[in-house]
Each structure stands twice: as C-alpha cells, then as structure tokens.
Write a protein that binds this ligand. Structure first.
Ligand SMILES: Nc1nc2c(c(=O)[nH]1)N[C@H]1C(S)=C(S)[C@@H](COP(=O)(O)O)O[C@H]1N2
Ligand SMILES: [Mo]
Length: 573
C-alpha cells in the first residue's frame, strides 16, 4: 500500500502536543484549511455510514448505524428524560433523536477531520471508535442477533479508510493530484517527505515518532486537485452504496406481502355504521379514523418489516400446551369484526393519540384456552419482532374480548400499525395491550417479566380513563350560531352516557350525543352555541355508562393516564 506516506507529510507531531510549526507560520489560511479538514472528516463519516447502511440492508435495516444508535438512545434514557421527550416532541420525538445522533456524528467527524490534519492516526482512530460505539448500541438491542454489530463496525472501518484516503489525496506529492512533489508519482510505502530524513519502515504505524519537519509550504499546501478527486470518489461510491441500500431495503420490505394479503371473510360481520354515529356538525372528524390519519406510537426507529409468510406467533411460558401459529393457521381461525377505539396512555388532555377503527381479527381467548394457562400467571407478556415487550393483566382480560387483529378498516394492517398481526384489547391503553408485529405471547408473572414501559416507571394496570375532548370550533370565529363539538370515551366504563359543556365557567349544559355503536368506541357530541364577541373559555366533561363523571383533578400522563377537563379558549370577533 502506498497509503502510509501522507502521515509523514501532514505532521510529525502527533501526540506531542506542539502544533506544527507551519500552522503558526501561516495563520491566514488556517481557518480555511481547518474547515476543509472538518469537511473531509464529515465526508469520511458519511461514507462510512453509507457503507454500514448498505451492509445493514443485507441483514436487517434496523441495524443501520444511525438507526441503531437512535434506537438504543430511545430505550436508554431514564423515565424523566423520556417523559420530557414525549411531552415536548410528542410523536416527533423519534426524528428528534435521529437528528441528535446525526448532529453528534457530524460534530465528532468534523473534529476528527480537523484533528487528523496534525494527527492523522488519531483522526482515523476516532472513526473506528465511533463505529464501535454503534456496535455496542447494536448489542444493546433487545433482540439477540449475532450480526447486529456488523454494519456499525464496517461503517467505522469504511469511515477510517475514507478519511485516510481523503487525507492522502489532500496531501501534495502524493496521490493523483499531487502538486509540488519531490516524490515520484506512485512512490509508495516508504516515501520520504521532501527533504526529510525520517526512516519509515513499511507497516510502521507509530505516528508519534517524530521525523524532521516538512517545509512549511509543504505541510500547509493542499493538493486541490487531489481534494476534489478524493471528495468526488467518496461521494460517488458512498452515494452508490446508499442508493443500493435503499433499493435493497425497499425490496426487503413487507410491502409486497401486504399487497398480496387477502383478508378472509369474517364469520361475524358487523353492519356498516349508521350515519347517526357522526355528529351533524361541519368540521367534525369522521367517526372511523382513516388509516392514513391514525396516530402512530411505537419505539421503532425503523418500522419492522415482517412478511405474512415468515410471521409466526408462539404461545408459551406458564402454559400446559405451548404451540406456534403461522399466518395461514391464523387465517383458518374464525374472524370477527369489531369497532374499537384505541388510545395512548401518553395522550395529554386534548391530545390526538386516540383513534377508532373497524378491526378484523380472531378472538384471542380460544387460543389462550388451547395453550392452557397455568395457575399463578398474572400477566400476558407479549413481544414484538423488534423486542418491544408488553404486559397485559390477565385479570379481567376475558370480558374485554381481546383480538389478534389482521385487518384495519377493510385493509390488511398497515405496516406501521403492526402488519401482519397485532393485539387489540378494548379498554386498556395501548402500551399494555396493543402489541404490533406480535410474535410471542407468554403467560407469565409481573415479578418475572417486567415489560418495556414497566421498567420505565409506567403502570402495569392501566384501563383507559373516561375522558372527553373539544374539537370544534376551530380557527377564528365570527359572532353568531356555531357548534361546539368533540369526542368522549369510556371504553372501560360501559361507554358514554352524558357529555356536559360549561362556557365561561357557567352552568354545565348537556351536549347532544351522536350514536355509539358499542361502549368500546368513542362517542361524538355537540352543542349549538350563539357565539358573542370576545374571548370565551369552553370546558367539557364526560360521564360513563356507570354514571361516573370524569375527574377534574389534573394529573399527568405518567404512570397511568392524564386526568382533568379539556378546556379551550376561543376568540369571537
Ligand atoms: N411493537 C410495538 N407495539 C406497540 C408499541 C411499541 O412501541 N412497539 N407501542 C404501543 C403503544 S404505547 C400504543 S399507544 C399503540 C399504538 O398503536 P398505533 O401506532 O397503531 O396507533 O401501540 C402499542 N403497540
Ligand atoms: Mo401508547
């Protein structure tokens, strides 16, 4: 390899602490040169990430270097950080974490590049170490996969090679674009710095070993042509790697499997919903939330891609007869349709982490009976293909009529909502019930298997609390007749029996209620209102089918759901 030579040219002072004489001598160009080396560092890192992402595309895109670090970062923070993250960024928190990881990589890489100007070996080591950090993040993923660290290790190595190459190209007298050089083109291995007296043996890696200083012009001068060629090469190869990675990932997605999936005819069909479930008020969202508008909450940075063909679900743990199902087995089971509203425990008062769908699935209870849960088990511990885990209390489970769902609003489950199979359990918040990409259901105990959110301080028993939300009016209002409206829910309390509205702290007035097809969905409500000029406060409260009114006590989402009334302020002009 000819590569060893650039080191001799850039600086002999690595590790010695003293800046190269040349830097001090030429302060004018120093900033520009520093920036250039920073850019080279970032390019090298980007190249490494591209190669690592390509490797991940072959084994599992979830282990691509950036994604795997972001995934582990999402799982690691203590409860408080996480709470802050979800409340501050809401559903966007995942992209924020990815952004932070990208910024960290860019800053580290720029620093490595700048440092590499005087201490090339160190800069290259930083790249390798960064790759190892990714590898550790990969090993911390909940799913055991022996190839998991590979993409990050390759990324670090590729970034190191790219930085080495870029430094070499940038150095005159070396590489294709060499300007002033006393070495012959192609001079390799032991090339000597011009005028230098240093002995370099092939394979000598000790950069701290100081030779004589290069002349200042040579240390500082940069081969422009070399830099451009170097950057060009890295961009072309890196871009090709990224492009191929994307192509492979698309091919390896579950899209084709989902397109090919044909939903079976349900044994029990539900009649189409009557128009009366919809409040007769313009601007009200549809009773059934379209799949495209359905909220999404999960910890997955890369949406798990599970084909129906490869999917299996095992029933095990404290059961007498463990067994495993395939998707074909599941299709042989009787399917039912159910209208169910699901909701996230992290939904703040007035929030939109709630949605209603017509789910198609097979009842879970017969499968649990087939497995035969042993006495002593107190939870169903379900696991997603990405390692996320969920605790569902066995107590009261039967009455909820839990489902293994395969269809959502007439379509196979969208991939981000759990294709091919997820759990749906009416009346429990999603984090203890709605496992997407479910691949294992174990009968177990809370003591033995704490779930993902349990170890982060959230409750284990969290039925959906009765609640209500104001959706209308929206935007600027003019004086006169308008409608206040929204949704209310009491999936765990026999549905909604009453919704009341208070305007400007006035008396509670009964709102009108649209029909509710089942207690397991939300219910729309509305109230005609003669809006007068000025600023108005509107509050809402709901009462469930058991006659219990939601509490006004304000409580945060942690550990088992927010409480308090939704209050809105409107300006009428
Ligand atoms: N595999 C997996 N399933 C999961 C989660 C998750 O993080 N991973 N989050 C749960 C939570 S907290 C909620 S609220 C629901 C949301 O389902 P949705 O994204 O289909 O609306 O999924 C549940 N199922
Ligand atoms: Mo959730």
């Amino acid at each position: 390899m000819s590569g060893a030579t650039y080191r001799d040219r850039v600086s002999p002072t690595e590790g010695a602490g003293a800046p190269p004489v040349a830097v001090a001598e030429r302060p004018s160009s120093s900033t520009g040169v520093t920036i250039l080396y920073g850019v080279l560092g970032v390019l090298a890192a980007a190249f490494g990430v591209a190669i690592g992402t390509l490797v991940a595309a072959f084994i599992d895109p979830a282990y691509a270097p950036i994604e795997v670090v972001a995934s582990t970062a999402i799982d690691l923070p203590p409860q408080q950080v996480k709470e802050w993250a979800t409340s501050t960024f809401g559903t966007a928190s995942k992209s924020v974490v990815v952004g932070v990881v990208v910024v960290a990589v860019v800053v580290t890489a720029a620093w490595a590049g700048i440092t590499a100007r005087t201490r090339p070996r160190f800069g290259i080591q930083v790249m390798i170490v960064a790759g190892l950090v990714g590898a550790v993040a990969a090993l911390l993923r909940p799913v055991d996969f022996f190839l998991a660290p590979l993409p990050s290790i390759v990324a670090g190595a590729a970034a190191a090679v790219a930085l080495w190459w870029l430094l070499r190209m940038a150095t005159p007298a070396e590489g294709v674009g060499a300007v002033a050089s006393t070495s012959a083109p192609g001079d390799s291995g032991g090339a000597m710095p011009a005028g230098g007296s240093r002995q370099v043996s092939p394979g000598n890696q000790d950069l701290s070993e100081s030779g004589s200083l290069d002349s200042s012009t040579e240390v500082q001068s940069i081969s422009r042509r070399g830099v451009l060629l170097g950057i060009g090469g890295v961009v072309v190869v890196g871009g090709a790697a990224l492009g191929s990675a994307r192509w492979l990932t698309t091919r390896a997605s579950a899209v084709a499997s989902r397109v090919a999936a044909v939903l079976p005819k349900p044994a029990e069909t539900l009649a189409p919903l009557p128009a009366s479930v919809q409040a007769p008020v313009p601007g009200m969202a549809p009773f059934i939330t379209p799949n495209a508008d359905f909220y999404r909450i999960d910890t997955a940075v890369i949406v798990p891609q599970v084909t129906a063909e490869e999917w299996t679900l095992s029933f095990d743990g404290m059961v007498r007869r463990p067994f495993t199902l395939t998707y074909a087995d599941l299709l042989d089971m009787p399917m039912v349709e159910r209208d169910v509203t699901i909701m996230c425990v992290s939904n703040p008062i007035g929030g939109d982490l709630i949605g209603t769908a017509r789910w198609l699935g097979t009842p879970l209870l017969p499968l649990l009976e087939r497995a035969g849960i042993e006495p002593g088990a107190d939870q169903l511990f379900s696991t997603s293909v990405d390692g996320w885990t969920c605790s569902t209390p066995l107590d009261g489970l039967a009455e909820r009529e839990p489902l293994l769902a395969i269809g959502m609003n007439g379509e196979p489950l969208p991939i981000q909502h759990g294709f091919p199979v997820r759990m749906i359990i009416p009346g429990l918040y999603g984090f203890i019930s709605a496992t997407k990409w479910v691949t294992r259901i174990s009968a177990s105990t809370y003591a033995q298997d704490p779930a993902y959110w349990t170890v982060r301080g959230w409750a284990t028993d969290a039925p959906v609390l009765t609640g209500s939300r104001i959706d209308l009016p929206q935007g600027s209002l003019t004086v006169g007749q308008t409608a206040i409206g929204g949704v209310a829910w009491a999936m765990d309390g026999d549905g909604i029996s009453r919704v009341e509205v208070s305007i400007d702290d006035g008396p509670w007035q009964d709102a009108q209620l649209a029909d509710q097809p089942t207690p397991r969905t939300w219910r729309q409500w509305w109230l005609e209102w003669e809006a007068t000029p000025g600023r108005h406060t509107i509050a809402v409260r709901a009462t469930n089918g058991l006659g219990e009114t939601q509490t006004s006590e304000v409580r945060d989402v942690v550990p088992s759901g927010a409480t308090g009334y939704d209050v809105g302020v409107v300006e009428v002009a």
